[in-house]
Design a protein around this ligand. Sequence first.
Ligand code: SF4
Length: 238
Amino acid sequence: MELKYVSIRYDGDYDALAKRLLINEDCEEEFRDVFEACVKIANPKGVFGQCAVSQRDDLTFVDGRQFNSRVLSVNFRGLSRAFPYVITCGRELYDYARATDDPLYRYWIDSFSEAALRAVGVKVRQSVQETYGLGRINSVNPGSLADFPLPCQRPLFDILGDGPDSIGLELTPSFLMLPYKSGSGIYFESERHYENCALCPRLNCPGRRMPYSEEMVQAYGLQAPSEEGHACASAPRN
Ligand code: SF4
């Protein structure tokens, strides 16, 4: 698969972040120093590609890798291609956060990194649409739903070959991504708006982008999901 790389500068939005983190005059100077250090090194990145999709019975094959998932089975019905991707805030911010012992500084750097991840997520989504001439696209993300669990990261990373490694992204044995502020998924074409959140029962999730829908759960042929043990790896809003 031919891989496409995205790498951006990210200057951040000082006022928005300071407001969200409730920065007051007691800590403003320290926060500004950390913010400026982040801006200096930030280099969020992403990689994506296009690959073939086919289906047999309940199984979906993406670039020849087999997925047994109702969510993929329904969303990829009738499609012949899909667009796997990974995005990351970048190793530079991750290493900077790890190098500090101060939990407050680390929290600030992580918050900046999240915003950087969102920015590169927007850019990758646009690049996927422009590169392949697509209209509406939606994303499915390993780990967002029990039906498409975290171990599906492995085949997704395999499909992307050297791409994740080339942008400093690694997968741990427990299928988490390092840097932590990273995202992964598969874009697919669809006239309908799809969000993992509609099938996810997690209460009070600050990242929820669509109400939970019993109707959708039934339409996808899923078991009524349990909130317990859920670990969301949904891509950031983009
Ligand atoms: S963002 Fe929240 S509501 Fe949406 S899939 Fe993830 S955990 Fe569920």
